[in-house]
Design a protein around this ligand. Structure first.
Ligand code: CP3
Length: 324
């Protein structure tokens, strides 16, 4: 996750040349180069497409910018009336460069290295569309969903349709699997989680598999906690990403017994390094490595992460899992 991020000097150099973050995303030659950088440096088993979840709001006609050091900014959707500014379907002209990036990366990658595409889950994307920025607790979207349930359901339906089409096109362009990032799944009570996280994920998957029956799909409902059990029961994903707060005993018994898991090293222990990092890597491997498992962080890599700690982590994993 976020492997191509700001911790790599070669990323920072390209980013400085490209200027705006979205320039990188919408220029296939640059985006494919950024996608390949971490694979070249570290020999990872998979690459993740360099893009962002907020290209979908942009394709739906919302203005998206990334202010330096401040994260994303969108023109917020204050009420049901403001929803009229949102287009009925995604403009594929906006998204076309991203499919081209997938094709370029696929052509450049060793066939043994998997390429992951992705989208944001409707709930998470809607939180940014409504608030116009990241917020600590997603209060604007939660309030909107309670006050204007019909308008909110309309927005989620739009996002389901746009996201499914977007994933289908990434898979057709060469992605080996796709991941649905529900970064803000953890702020909802169980009933709302079922309505705004589980149901839309099911719909997206049904739509994708109607076009590509063998599509491989990973879910990532961050912060779902005990609701993860419900997520894997109700959402037909092929694998699930675990954030770093998930109890590994619970996950082994209730989640990994059903499907492969991905995760879940705390990104901050990778910043800390040293004996704490070795211990944490061992804990993850001891919990999950006996069954189908993708070693990963429990969320995005932190820009301050020292490269030496990434090397330390990989040496430890590869030392314990030779050939994997
Ligand atoms: O490994 C990768 O870099 C893959 C590409 C990727 C990015 N964003 C690039 C990015 C992926 C998979 C994402 C997903 C994403 N984007 C999510 C879901 C996963 C998660 O991390 O929770 C979310 C919520 C977003 C929205 C987003 N994009 C935010 C909140 C920010 C600002 C983050 C910050 O810390 O400032 C971004 C910007 C962004 N997306 C960067 C990158 C590499 C940083 C851009 C830069 O300044 O160079």
């Amino acid at each position: 996750m976020r492997q191509a991020g700001r911790y790599l000097p070669e990323y920072r150099a390209l980013r400085a040349k490209a200027g705006e973050f979205l320039n990188l995303v919408y220029t296939p030659e640059l985006a494919s180069e950024v996608t390949l950088q971490p694979v070249r440096r570290f020999g990872f088993d998979a690459a993740i497409l360099f893009s962002d979840i907020l290209v979908i709001p942009q394709a739906l006609g919302q203005t998206v910018t990334f202010a330096a050091g401040e994260g994303p900014r969108l023109d917020p959707i204050a009420d049901a009336k403001a929803m009229r500014r949102i287009a009925g379907e995604a403009d594929q002209k906006v998204l076309a460069p991203i499919y081209e990036t997938v094709r370029l990366v696929k052509a450049a990658l060793d066939p043994r290295t998997a390429l992951l595409g992705f989208c944001g889950a409707p709930w998470t994307v809607a939180t940014y569309m409504i608030a116009g920025q990241g917020t600590p607790d997603q209060a604007p979207a939660r309030l909107f969903a309670y006050r204007e349930p019909q308008a909110f359901a309309g927005l989620i339906d739009l996002l389901v349709e746009a996201s499914a089409g977007y994933l289908v096109r990434q898979l057709q362009a060469g992605a080996d699997a796709v991941q649905i990032f529900d970064t803000w799944a953890g702020v909802l009570p169980p009933e709302e989680f079922a309505r705004w996280c589980i149901a839309p994920a099911r719909q997206i998957i049904a739509k994708v598999r109607a076009r590509i029956p063998a599509a491989k799909i990973i879910g990532f409902p961050r912060g779902a906690g005990a609701l993860l059990a419900r997520y894997v029961e109700d959402v037909p994903v092929d694998a699930v990403g675990l954030d770093w707060t998930v109890d590994r005993g619970f996950a082994r018994e209730r989640i990994q017994s059903r499907m492969p898991v991905q995760g879940n090293l705390d990104p901050l222990v990778l910043v800390a390094g040293g004996a704490a990092l070795d211990r944490a890597v061992d804990d993850v491997l001891d919990a999950f490595a006996a069954k189908p498992f993708i070693f990963n962080l429990g969320h995005g890599i932190v820009p301050e992460t020292p490269l030496a700690h990434v090397e330390q982590m990989l040496a430890r994993i590869r030392g314990k899992q030779p050939g994997r």
